[in-house]
Design a binder for this molecule. Structure first.
Ligand SMILES: [Zn+2]
Length: 79
């Protein structure tokens, strides 16, 4: 599969009601909620700020797995 953030080859780790866990060599490990997965059909993440948000989340939560949900998703603005 392709990473939802950077578009590089990534590994899907698990898929559940909570969302899909993806491991990307570049972006790390993150979970995308089902709601956000649906939204990804129509729009894309704003890659850089989203990646920074994941980085901060890992630092504050001391966890490798970061979460992307409808509350913290950063979407690219249509130009
Ligand atoms: Zn990536």
């Amino acid at each position: 599969m392709k990473c939802y953030l950077c578009g590089m080859n990534a590994q899907p780790l698990s898929d559940s009601a909570a969302g899909q866990v993806v491991q990307c060599p570049d972006c790390g490990e993150y979970r995308v909620s089902q709601e956000v997965l649906r939204e990804l059909n129509e729009r894309q993440f704003d890659y850089l700020p989203m990646r920074e948000a994941l980085h901060r989340q890992r630092q504050t939560q001391a966890s490798v797995l970061a979460d992307i949900n409808s509350l913290n998703a950063i979407w690219r603005q249509p130009t």
